[in-house]
Design a protein around this ligand. Structure first.
Ligand code: 3H9
Length: 693
C-alpha cells in the first residue's frame, strides 16, 4: 500500500483508488504505486477483475506537467498502460469529474470505461505543445475511428459525458460514486452483460481524406497538431508499430520551444494568484456597483452579472442610461449564444441589473468599480462622492489604465479601501485583470480583489502604482519601438507581418487602424506637454491622422479597407513615411523580419526588467501573464520574460548595447539584467524563489 493509491476489495473485484491530491497527476510516485497495485491484484488469484477510480474532485488531470522537460523515470506511463491492456483479468476505468491527457490514456488502455454524469474527458496535449504520448493517438482512433480522433486530439477540446458515450470512448454513463459504478460494470462483465475488450486488439482504417483535410487545416500554425496527425496516421498500423512512432514524435515535441512556452503559459495562468496578501481575511462581496455606462463600465457590469452577482450600474448622464442597460443586455444575450449562460441563468442576470442615474443607489454596495473617462479631476470628484455615499468597509476600485491610484485614494478618507482594478476591453471576455495595489491599500482589500477576480473567472495579476502599471507600460515601449523601426526603414506592413508571423493576432499598425488613429492622437496630444525633450518622437501617426485618415472607420489609415476588409497598405501613408525620413535626414536601413522581432521583443524585455526592478510586478511570471492574457502575446512563446531566458540574458544585454549606439535615450541596460547576468541567474529562477516583495 502507498500514500498515493489504496487497494480495496469488493468480493472478487480488486479496486485501485488514486489518491494523490490535488488532481491525481500521474507523476512517477502515483504511476509507480498504481503499477505495483496492478501487479499485486494480478498476482492475487482471488481477484477476477480490476477497477481503477479516483478520489477527490476528479479521476485525474493526466501526466504531471511539472515533470515535462525532465528525464522520465520508470515505470513510465506507457509501462503502466501496457500492464493494464495486457492484463488477463478485465480492467475497468470508472471516471468522474475529469480525465484529461494521460488519465484518459490510462482509461483507454483498460478493457472497459464507465463515466459518471458530469464527466469531461479530453486529450489536451496539443495545448501544451505535445501530442498524447501514452498511446492516446493509437487507442482513441481504435475506439472512435480516425476522423473523430483527429478532431478530438488536434483541437484538444473537452468532451462532455454524452458525447464521450456517443463516440464510444465510454461504454456506460452512470450516477453515483465512481467506485460503485466501476464495481457494477465489473460484475456486468462477469455476467456477460458488458464486454471487456483490450483496445490494442482493435483495428482502425486509414482515413486519407480526414488526414489530408486536417493537415491542410493545421499547416503553417503550431507544430503539435501536425505531429499529432502523423501519430494518428500510424494508428492504422499494428499497435506494436504505432506506439513507438507516437513515442518518438512525442519526445521530439517534448524538446521543442513551443512545448516549453505553452507549459510556461499553463503555469503562468495559475501562478499569479500567489500573492503575499493571499491569507488575509476577505471581505464579503455580494453587491457590486459600477460607475460609468461606457464600453468599460458595461463590460465590467456584464462580467459581474455573468458571475451571478447583482450589479447597480450608474450612468450619471440620464439620457445614456437606457443605452447602457441595452448594451449590457446585448452582452448577456451574446453570452447565451456562446453557451456561457443558460436561459435560466440569463433571466437571473438580467434581473440582477439595476441601472440608475442616482449615485446614492450605491449606498449598500460592497464593491464599487469606477469606469469613467481618464481624467484625474473627474475621478477625484467621484471618489470623494463615493467616500461620502458608500458604507464603511465598502471597497472603492478604479479602472484607470494610467492614472495614479495613490492620488485617487488620497481624495477619500479611506485610502486603505481603495484599489485599482484595471480590466481589459471587452471586460466580460478578456481574462486579464491588473489589480493595482496602492501604498495604503489594506491587505484584506487586495485579497478580496483577487477573490473577486477569480469569481469573475479572470486572471488577476498584482501590480504596483506607476504610469501604465505593467501592461500599458510595456505596450508604450513596444509601440514606440515599432514607430522607430518605420522611421528608420522598415515598412509598417513589414512590422505588422513580422509580428503576426511571430504569433500576435495583429501587428501594431493594423491594431492602430482598428482602434481609431484619432483616438491615439488625442492621447498623444494630451501628453505632449509632458513628453521628455530628449525622447525621439515619430510624427508619422499624427501626419496620417491629419489627413482625416482614422483607420478602419474611414476606410483608410495605414491600410486601405473595402467593405471592412484590408486591401493593402495605403500608398499615401507610405509617402508620409518617406517624406518624414527625408525631412529628418534618415537614410532608410534594411531590416529583416527577424531584426524587427528582435528589436521589439528586446524593447519589451528591457521595460519588463525595469518593472521588476521597481517592484511594480512581483515576479517575472506575472509580467508574462499580463502579456499573454491581456495583450495577445502568443501563448506558445510563453511571454517576454520566458523568452528572455530562452534568448539568454547575455544576448539580450548585447542587443540593448548595440541598439543604444543609435539611441541611448531609448535603450539602456537595466541594472537588474546586469546583476542577474553576473549572478548567472534566470527569470525562471526568480519565479521559483517565490514572491519577491
Ligand atoms: C499529458 O497527460 C501527457 C500524456 O499524454 C503523456 C505522458 C507520457 N500536472 O487548474 P487548477 C495543478 S499532458 C501537474 O487551479 P481547477 C495546477 O497547476 C497533461 N499539475 O484547478 C494547480 O496547482 P497550484 C494533460 C497540475 O480545478 C492545481 O493543480 N492534462 C496538473 O480549476 C489545481 O489546478 C491537462 O492538460 C497536471 N496535469 O482545474 C490537464 N493539472 O494550486 C490540465 C493541474 O499549485 N489541468 N495541476 O497552482 C486542467 O485542465 C485543470 O487543472 C483541471 C483542474 C481541470 C484538472
Amino acid at each position: 500500500m502507498s500514500d498515493f493509491v489504496r487497494i480495496e476489495r469488493d468480493g472478487d473485484i480488486g479496486l485501485i483508488c488514486l489518491t494523490k491530491p490535488p488532481v491525481n497527476a500521474l507523476g512517477v510516485a502515483l504511476r509507480s504505486a498504481t503499477y505495483d497495485a496492478v501487479q499485486t491484484l494480478l498476482a492475487d488469484d482471488s481477484v477476477t477483475a480490476i477497477v481503477l477510480y479516483g478520489e477527490g474532485r476528479f479521476f485525474s488531470a493526466g501526466a504531471d506537467i511539472k515533470d515535462f522537460g525532465r528525464a522520465s523515470e520508470t515505470p513510465t506511463l506507457p509501462d503502466l498502460l501496457k500492464a493494464l491492456n495486457d492484463s488477463p483479468k478485465p480492467t475497468v476505468a470508472a471516471m468522474h469529474g475529469v480525465a484529461f491527457g494521460g488519465a484518459l490514456e490510462l482509461a483507454l488502455s483498460c478493457h472497459l470505461r464507465v463515466g459518471i454524469h458530469g464527466l469531461q474527458v479530453g486529450l489536451p496535449e496539443v495545448k501544451l505543445g505535445l501530442l498524447p504520448g501514452a498511446g492516446g493517438s493509437q487507442r482513441l482512433p481504435r475506439l472512435t475511428g480516425m476522423a473523430s480522433a483527429i478532431e478530438v486530439i488536434c483541437s484538444g477540446r473537452n468532451i462532455a459525458d454524452d458525447e464521450a458515450l456517443r463516440l464510444g470512448i465510454i461504454a456506460r454513463l452512470a450516477d453515483g460514486p465512481a467506485r460503485e459504478a466501476g464495481i457494477s460494470a465489473a460484475r456486468d462483465i462477469a455476467a456477460g452483460a458488458l464486454s471487456a475488450t483490450p483496445t490494442d486488439g482493435l483495428n482502425v482504417a486509414h482515413d486519407e481524406q480526414a488526414l489530408a483535410a486536417a493537415r491542410q487545416k493545421y499547416s503553417g500554425k503550431l507544430n503539435a497538431p501536425l505531429k499529432a496527425i502523423d501519430a494518428i496516421e500510424a494508428a492504422a498500423l499494428p499497435i506494436d508499430e504505432g506506439l513507438p512512432i507516437e513515442r518518438a514524435l512525442f519526445m521530439e515535441l517534448m524538446e521543442s520551444d513551443e512545448r516549453a512556452g505553452l507549459v510556461h503559459s499553463f503555469f503562468a495562468e495559475r501562478a499569479t494568484a500567489k500573492i503575499p496578501e493571499a491569507k488575509a481575511e476577505k471581505r464579503a462581496i455580494e453587491r457590486i456597483g459600477v460607475v460609468g455606462g461606457g464600453t468599460m463600465g458595461v463590460g465590467i457590469a456584464t462580467a459581474a452579472l455573468l458571475a451571478g452577482l447583482p450589479v447597480t450600474l450608474i450612468e450619471t448622464a440620464e439620457m445614456r442610461i437606457d443605452a447602457a442597460r441595452a448594451n449590457v443586455e446585448k452582452n448577456l444575450a451574446g453570452a447565451v449564444k456562446r453557451g456561457k449562460l443558460t436561459k435560466a441563468t440569463h433571466s437571473v442576470a438580467v434581473a440582477n441589473l439595476t441601472a440608475s442615474a442616482d449615485i446614492g443607489a450605491l449606498a449598500k454596495a460592497d464593491l464599487v468599480i469606477e469606469a469613467i473617462f481618464e481624467d484625474m479631476e473627474a475621478k477625484a470628484g467621484l471618489f470623494s462622492d463615493l467616500d461620502r455615499i458608500c458604507r464603511p468597509g465598502a471597497i472603492l476600485a478604479t479602472n484607470t489604465s494610467y492614472l495614479d491610484v495613490d492620488a485617487i485614494a488620497a481624495t477619500t478618507a479611506r485610502p486603505a479601501d481603495v484599489i485599482g482594478m484595471h480590466f481589459f476591453s471587452p471586460a466580460h471576455i478578456m481574462r486579464l485583470l491588473e489589480v493595482v495595489v496602492a501604498s495604503k491599500t489594506a491587505p484584506e482589500v487586495t485579497a478580496t480583489a483577487f477573490d473577486f477576480a477569480r469569481k469573475l473567472r479572470k486572471i488577476p495579476v498584482r501590480a504596483g502604482v506607476c504610469d501604465g502599471f505593467i501592461g500599458n507600460r510595456i505596450l508604450t515601449r513596444y509601440r514606440k519601438q515599432c514607430e522607430y523601426l518605420v522611421l528608420d526603414g522598415a515598412g509598417f506592413d513589414q512590422v505588422d507581418r513580422a509580428l503576426e508571423t511571430f504569433g500576435f493576432a495583429m501587428g501594431p499598425f493594423a491594431v492602430g487602424d482598428l482602434a481609431g488613429l484619432d483616438i491615439a492622437k488625442a492621447t498623444r496630444d494630451r501628453k505632449a506637454a509632458t513628453r521628455p525633450p530628449e525622447e525621439r518622437y515619430s510624427r508619422v501617426a499624427d501626419l496620417i491622422c491629419d489627413q482625416g485618415w482614422h483607420g478602419r472607420k474611414t476606410n483608410i489609415g495605414y491600410y486601405l479597407y473595402e467593405g471592412g476588409k484590408k486591401t493593402g497598405p495605403n500608398p499615401g501613408a507610405e509617402d508620409i513615411v518617406a517624406a518624414e525620413r527625408k525631412a529628418l535626414g534618415i537614410t532608410p536601413k534594411d531590416f529583416t523580419d527577424e531584426d524587427v522581432v528582435a528589436r521589439v521583443l528586446t524593447a519589451m524585455i528591457q521595460e519588463a526588467a525595469m518593472i521588476l526592478e521597481e517592484g511594480i510586478a512581483l515576479r517575472p511570471v506575472d509580467i508574462d501573464a499580463v502579456q499573454l492574457f491581456g495583450y495577445g502575446f502568443p501563448r506558445h512563446r510563453g511571454g517576454p520574460m520566458h523568452m528572455a531566458d530562452q534568448i539568454g540574458l547575455s544576448e539580450v544585454i548585447a542587443r540593448i548595447e548595440t541598439y543604444a549606439a543609435e539611441d541611448a535615450y531609448f535603450w539602456s541596460v537595466p541594472p537588474l539584467l546586469r546583476q542577474m547576468q553576473s549572478a548567472g541567474q534566470s527569470f525562471a529562477a526568480l519565479n521559483d524563489k517565490g514572491i519577491s516583495t
